[in-house]
Design a protein around this ligand. Sequence first.
Ligand code: VGL
Ligand code: ZN
Length: 211
Amino acid sequence: MPLTDRDILLVVDVQNDFLPGGALAVPGGDALVPVVNQLALRFAHVVLTQDWHAPRHLSFASSHPGKVPYETITLPYGPQILWPDHCVQGTPGAQFAPGLDIAHAELVVRKGYRRDVDSYSAFCEADGATRTGLAGYLRERGIARVFLAGLATDFCVAYSAVDARRAGFDVVVVEDACRAIDTGGSLASAWSRMRDADVVRITMDRLTRRG
Ligand code: VGL
Ligand code: ZN
């Protein structure tokens, strides 16, 4: 699959709290960092996302007395899985992984910063209405196709991939440049929603170097 100047790599949430030892550790998240660094070198354009929650965010189990992480509750915008406190604005856990080395990244999109609305997606918050501005940015830059890598396959990668399709982009998830949380069947369901949305699923060996 040849890459062009109209392709972008969206590197999703490669942050300390999602690495082993972090508040919401994704298995294999640490091993992923050099893989993502190498992948990014093949792209002329890279955008990073950063999960960036207000303290006492409503997606945190600790904000709901009697609730524990990985339970699901209903919020005004629909079901919400409750998570351990993670990626709180300005904390070390919210910083990018120290090994992440993508100097040519052009933009950082922060998401989930409103206390009462989560945002797995880099394009649209969980209320289904509030846009982050990323689709407009990519369109203005002439981007036609969005590749995704990062954490976690079944949440922020999958929701971003489906929303990128909805925004009219071609979308490719680089499977071996992602790692999953996989709670309650979330990974299988994410792949099925991505397939339904015509998200292409590839591995890194299918990509040819640009230039
Ligand atoms: C994520 C759960 C909660 C992710 C973010 O980056 O996939 N998952 N917040
Ligand atoms: Zn989060």
